[in-house]
Ligand binder design. Structure first.
Ligand SMILES: [Zn+2]
Length: 115
């Protein structure tokens, strides 16, 4: 389950940010996760809950917002959200589409409780 290594990398990244605010307690992390990022939100949430015990993250809430998959249609030039595994353009039914969103895993926000 590679979500554990993703979780580890996330914690390292957030620790670097927290280190810039001495005494700050990490209380919240917000992520955006696209369907093509290769990371399962539920598994990542589990990995986090498991890993955070007795660490700087013990009181931290992880929230993950699932981002939609978006394509740009080269035929009608519209940008639309689509379902995973259906690459046809919802406007003109063309298959000539390219992914413009949904591959991302983004650390959107870190909340620190600074005394
Ligand atoms: Zn189209």
């Amino acid at each position: 389950m590679h979500e554990f290594s993703v979780c580890q990398a996330l914690m390292e990244q957030v620790t670097v940010i927290a280190d810039q605010h001495p005494g700050g307690r990490i209380v919240g992390i917000h992520l955006y996760n696209g369907p093509l990022s290769g990371v399962d939100s539920t598994l990542l949430q589990h990995a986090f809950e498991f890993s955070k015990k007795e660490t700087l993250f013990a009181d931290c809430l992880l929230s993950i917002e699932n981002h939609p998959l978006r394509v740009h249609c080269r035929n009608c030039l519209n940008d639309r959200e689509i379902a995973v595994n259906d690459w046809t353009c919802p406007v003109c039914a063309s298959l000539d589409t390219e992914v413009i969103g949904g591959e991302e895993l983004i650390l959107a926000q870190v909340q620190l409780d600074v005394p």
